[in-house]
Design a protein around this ligand. Sequence first.
Ligand SMILES: [Zn+2]
Ligand SMILES: [Zn+2]
Ligand SMILES: [Zn+2]
Length: 332
Amino acid sequence: MELRKDPITQSWVIQVESESPRLEAEVCPLCPGQEALCPKTIYVRPLDQAPWQVRVIPHLRPLYRIEGDAQRRAEGIYDQMHNLGAHEIVVEHPDHRLPLSQQGDDHVALVLQAYAARSADLKKDRRFRYVTIFRNQGPLAGQDLSHPHSQITATPFIPRRVGYELRSCKRYFELKERCLLCDIVKQELTQQVRIVDSNDLFVAFCPFASRVPYETWVLPVNHHASFEENLIFDDQQFHFARFLKRVLRRLEQVAPAYHLVVHTSPNVAFRPEPPGNWQSLAEDYHWHFEILPILPTKSKSYSLKEVYYNSLLPEAAARELRKLDPATDRKR
Ligand SMILES: [Zn+2]
Ligand SMILES: [Zn+2]
Ligand SMILES: [Zn+2]
């Protein structure tokens, strides 16, 4: 496995020689009692007290390896590097059948706490430029272990979409001395046509140029660049847990499978750029969760040539999601 850079789009691709078989085990390696089947635990809550409620382990089939350095090298005009990085699994709950949206608010807060703690810890490693937290819900989204879990990767590069966002936000800030996402939130809250849910602290809306039906972003109303620094306080974790759960419970009534990805500021301990490049980062970037539902039958959404075709207007999607009761269980 190695990382190759597309010389035209500048995006890094994980090049795998052959696809390894799906993780099919007779017993679930993430269930309580099967800890011996897993690599050594990195993080667990509660601490020093059985049974565990949330734990983090290295991925059973990691895409990245933590040892060594990136060994960046060139072959003519092509750049490549060793698949240096971290790849971890957050086991969200001891109960195999309980998806995130069905867990208690306090429990979801524990999951968010694990996200924040692991992210802060991985960012201490100066070899990594970015920490990605994501979860694939449902087989359609590529979920390969049925036990409720999220994944965390730390990579020596910034993923392409986050790179675009960082550049756009910086440019907007240079022009207007304001945060682009703060301005978007203000406009969405005023217009009220794409809002799915909001309270004093958080807002969820379908973005103006949604890539797929029911695409939803969830973010803090008040400006903050870094998810892990913003969610360090218990009460903030709890409020966000409750809000996120309401959004997920609405979404799951229309789309049981989705990708969720956390977009937060890159690792500022790693600074190979010209000094000053990230000077305004704390002011210009604004963390958020992006949720991209996957609808197999209804939608013709695709990204042919990277132009998205979305058959559902975000205004209609938000209207529908607003009407759904977040206390209702998804259709089974
Ligand atoms: Zn399990
Ligand atoms: Zn902002
Ligand atoms: Zn984003």
